[in-house]
Design a protein around this ligand. Structure first.
Ligand code: SF4
Length: 954
């Protein structure tokens, strides 16, 4: 018997189906061993506990970790970090490319050491889904999908070549190519197995364990709807997980949300998700697990659970988890998973005592909330935040209120009288076409293409949707009327909803009824349909609903993230110009999950999240300042008013169509062989071999220098001496400040680097797309135009003082210090590194030569990422700040007390030598928080640590 796996005598057998037996680390047995009242623990905690128990090796995971989590107290204080070893990793392409770059760099380093590069292999399965790179350039016509895909391949060829190399080089690294779907929907429909297995300790009986994962996209939580534990993490944590290291997180509170009742007629899963988001935001669930249970949860199909789980980042929870039950088995079966898989899934969770939806009083939660699904009403959320839910009839009033609210109060700061003004979007010969009312104005197109006088390129209302060559062009000729509150983007987008056939079919049914009643969408509305998998197209086509969506402009534009991440593509130039010229508060309606300002589109100020059928409804209405419960949605060709309730599909109609939506054989067929079904991907020529042939000329993919000076033995932890400040920052410096994601300024160091490498300004692309090139990313570190370095008071942007005192870019200053071998420090205020988890915020810091950050407090993930990159995080004691110490960057710094015996959270001394020669000793706390982090730090970061482990084992 394997003693490591048989901790506390928990290794047991169960009936794996088909006459087979399986082994598992039994949680009921752990309870029998007297380790804790495990059967009272929330299901989500028990699933994490299984991982801790199974991976308990005394080093990465200890028996103390098992005991601590087995004795999770609902209202305990939360100081312990949990070392969670996940079963697999999912990546999207923006974050996945730099991860693959690091793996490739490790292989190059191993080869240089004369060892077998194949030693470097992800230790858990990794699936990367290319979904973030498609943009809605073409829309409103039958050719949009193909043309957007062409454009995507053209823009991203170099990155895709690299991914193809990765696919053939690593056994456990798989890529779902572009044009297949969205990572979380693909995960739900295909990648997730529910229960996984590996070689058992006796060599013959398989060992089964729960499917758990982390993903480099915050909406990884969608999979919680299928009873699978998983959430979004930053790149460095994902790399650690990939290489078999635990992902650390603070022991969470678990908020139990008991659902009862059922959704009423006319109410969708999206309405429920928006209601839950608002309710849980108010309940302050940030950093907590949320676990839904009760009869209402039991009655929800998995697709509805997944819609709610997907929005966990919007309500702030680490997870929005639904326990495992018969509905999960139904879903697995309906989506083409094999009978054997479904059987072992059910049997495994039954053996673990984890099968079935709990109800009141059965489990202990940190706090409990209730929601009667019967009270949920049709809703939208916006105009700026997903938690700002508005009941549908109140939208008109709420928009008007936001319209006049001062900017300082997050409103739009307009006069109410402006709402009634209309403006003509004009095209043709460039002349003004306004008029027709005292308040009407017109705007003409601003470029030569738009001044095309060919009347056939002008868009007409009625039954004609835009032709491809007119609308896709930024200078397309358009005419029509816009006003504040006009809907100019209507996007059925985001895995949040496109994974849910009930709302997608509802959109199709509503489109059908609208078309049959003679309703049309104004061509000024940029409509799009971007499902998260091809299964959606299959059922929309088989049910005969897609043609109706097409007639309203909701033609298929791609299978990817599109508008959900702001890849909504350009608006037609005359429309965009009208918005700018008249400072219009124009609106988007989308079935996405985020609507922060400028996220959906730079020019669209009011963004409303809603269900797919409501997206179609608002596209038809053409404006958001409308009460669709009382006002007509439009007029039929006879001039008769049509109301939303007349075209809204009934639950029965949706159910009837649902029967045709989930066909196991379709899932099997569409997820069978991606490459075969994707000729463009096949056409991409990629290099082969186990080691990547780095191309020195590439501006997208470069070998990072993390392993350039790699030696087999780690160095010793030593004091930092003679360091200079690179930057002194105030409170709330975000990862966006440290590592910007948006456009690259021409005058910035990264811009100058690209120009110097022959990249023209229009081909700069974004920092996000260049995350595979450390030269760009290091130059971009601290290059945010809004960052304020207190060493150069009064100046915004990424500048600092050079060693000789001139004001220069942070990158240039870092390079000058590097010439003299001077270590650098960054001093910061409260909550250093808040915002999205971004691996380049820590990588760039390390590559600039920063050895130590001293802050008043840290965002959790960025702190651990700094350690993961070998940068020492120190924390000032209470009430000590850069200001209280009078620091201005002229000082020299030493970190005293650092040495081989370093302990987690040990006190150290920051010795400050002033320019006048005076010395001050400031006590600080070392924010290396755990023993394994000491190892990481000593090795210069997680990657060298893991590399040495692997080489040591070779
Ligand atoms: S559709 Fe939206 S939520 Fe889903 S993976 Fe893409 S960006 Fe994330």
């Amino acid at each position: 018997m394997n003693e490591t796996l048989n901790r506390f005598g928990t290794l047991q057998k169960f009936d794996a189906g088909g006459g087979e037996q399986g082994m598992f680390c039994s949680l009921p047995q752990l309870e029998k061993a007297g380790i804790g009242r495990i059967s009272r623990l929330p299901v989500s905690i028990r699933l994490v506990l299984e991982s801790i128990l199974r991976n308990c090796d005394g080093k990465r995971v200890t028996e103390a970790n098992v005991k601590a989590l087995a004795n999770w107290a609902p209202k305990g204080t939360r100081t312990e970090e949990i070392p969670f070893v996940v079963a697999r990793i999912v990546l999207q392409d923006f974050t996945g490319v730099p991860l693959l770059v690091d793996l490739a760099a490790m292989r190059s380093a191993v080869e240089r050491l004369g060892k077998n590069p194949k030693l470097i292999e992800p230790l858990v399965p990794v699936d990367l889904v290319v979904d973030h790179s498609v943009q809605v350039d073409f829309f409103g016509n039958a050719d949009a999908l193909r043309r957007n895909l062409d454009m995507e391949f053209q823009r991203n060829r170099e990155r895709y070549q690299f991914l193809k190399w990765g696919m053939q080089a690593f056994k456990t690294f798989k890529v779902v190519p572009p044009g297949i779907g969205i990572v979380h929907q693909v995960n739900l429909e295909y990648l997730a197995k529910g229960v996984l297995s590996g070689r058992g300790p006796d060599g013959s009986t398989a060992l089964y364990y729960p499917d758990t994962l982390v993903g480099t996209d915050s909406h990884t939580t969608m999979i919680n709807g299928l009873g699978i534990v998983g959430w979004g993490v930053g790149g460095i944590e994902a790399e650690a997980g990939m290489l078999g290291q635990p992902v650390y997180f603070l022991t969470p509170d678990v908020v139990g949300v008991r659902l009862s009742g059922a959704l009423r007629e006319g109410v969708t899963a999206t309405d429920l998700a928006l209601t839950v988001t608002q309710m849980l935001r108010k309940a302050k669930v940030v950093g907590k697990f949320v676990e839904f249970y009760g009869p209402g949860a039991a009655a929800l199909p998995v697709v509805d659970r997944a819609t709610i789980a997907n929005m966990a980042p919007e309500y702030g929870a680490t997870m929005g988890f639904f326990p495992i039950d018969g509905e999960c088995v139904n879903y697995l079966r309906a989506t083409g998973r094999s009978e054997a898989q479904c059987r072992v899934y059910e049997n495994y969770y039954r053996a673990q005592g984890l099968f079935g939806m709990p109800d009141r009083g059965q489990l202990d939660y940190s706090s409990e909330l209730e929601l009667d699904l019967g009270n949920v009403v049709p809703s939208v959320a916006g105009p700026k935040r997903p938690q700002d839910r508005i009941e549908l009839p109140n939208l008109k009033h709420e928009f008007e209120a936001a319209f006049v609210k001062p900017l300082a109060e997050n409103g739009f700061g307009k006069e109410i009288g402006e709402l009634s003004r209309t403006f003509q979007v004009a095209a043709g010969n460039g002349g003004r076409t306004g008029g027709g009312g005292g308040s009407q104005e017109s705007v003409s197109p601003h470029n030569a293409r738009a001044r095309n006088t060919n009347p056939t390129t002008e868009l007409e209302m009625a039954n004609n949707r835009p032709t491809p060559d007119t609308v896709q062009s930024p200078g397309a000729s358009l005419k029509g009327e816009v006003r504040h509150g006009s809907v100019l983007i209507a996007a059925i987008t985001s895995c949040t909803n496109t994974s849910n056939p009930s709302v997608m079919l509802a959109a199709g049914l509503l489109a059908k009824k609208a078309v049959e009643r003679g309703l049309r969408v104004n061509p000024l509305v940029k409509a799009s349909l971007a499902p998260g998998s091809r299964v959606v197209s299959d059922y929309l086509s088989k049910t005969g609903l897609q043609p109706y969506l097409d007639q309203l402009g909701f033609n298929l534009v791609g299978y990817g993230c599109t508008t959900c991440i702001g890849n909504s593509g350009p608006l037609p130039a005359p429309v965009d110009e009208a918005i700018g010229k008249y400072d219009l508060v124009a609106a988007s309606v989308l079935s996405g999950n985020r609507n922060f300002e400028a996220r959906v589109h730079q020019s669209i100020k009011a963004n409303f999240l809603m269900s797919p059928p409501l997206v179609v409804a608002f596209a038809l209405a053409g404006r958001v300042d409308i009460d669709l419960s009382r006002e007509p949605i439009g007029k039929n060709p006879k001039g008769e008013e049509v109301y939303l309730k007349e075209i809204w599909p009934t639950l029965q109609e949706i159910r009837d169509q649902m029967q045709r939506a989930l066909k196991p054989e379709i899932f099997r067929e569409l997820y069978r062989d991606f490459a075969e079904q994707n000729p463009k991907w096949n056409e991409i020529a990629a290099s082969t071999g186990n080691v990547y042939a780095w191309d020195a000329a590439s501006t997208y993919i470069q070998e990072p220098p993390f392993f350039q000076k790699f030696t087999l033995a780690p160095g010793e932890i030593r004091e930092i001496r003679g360091a200079r400040a690179l930057g002194i920052f105030g409170d709330s410096v975000t990862t966006d400040h440290i590592s910007p994601a948006g456009s690259i300024k021409k005058s910035s160091p990264a811009g100058q680097y690209l120009l110097g490498h022959g990249v023209s300004l229009e081909d700069f692309n974004s920092y996000g797309s260049r995350r595979g090139n450390d030269r760009v990313m290091t130059r971009g570190t601290f290059a945010n135009v809004r960052i304020k370095n207190l060493m150069v008071p009064g100046i915004e942007g990424g500048v600092t003082k050079s060693p000789s005192g001139e004001v220069i870019s942070i990158y240039d200053a870092a390079m000058k210090h590097a010439e003299t071998g001077t270590p650098l420090v960054v001093i910061a205020g409260q909550e250093y590194g808040t915002g999205s988890s971004r691996d380049w915020a820590a990588k760039g810091t390390a590559l600039l030569g920063v050895k130590c950050v001293v802050a008043q407090s840290y965002e959790r993930i960025h702190r651990s990422n700094l350690v993961g990159m070998g940068v020492l995080p120190l924390q000032f004691k209470e009430n000590v700040t850069a200001q209280s110490l009078g620091l201005d960057g002229s000082e020299t710094y030493e970190v005293v007390g650092l040495g081989p015996g370093l302990k987690p959270q040990q006190d150290l001394t920051l010795q400050i030598q002033r320019a006048n020669g005076k010395t001050e000793r400031v006590p600080v706390t070392c924010r290396i928080d755990t023993p394994i982090e000491i190892d990481y730090y000593q090795h210069g970061g997680i990657l060298p640590y893991v590399l040495r482990q692997l080489l040591g084992a070779a």
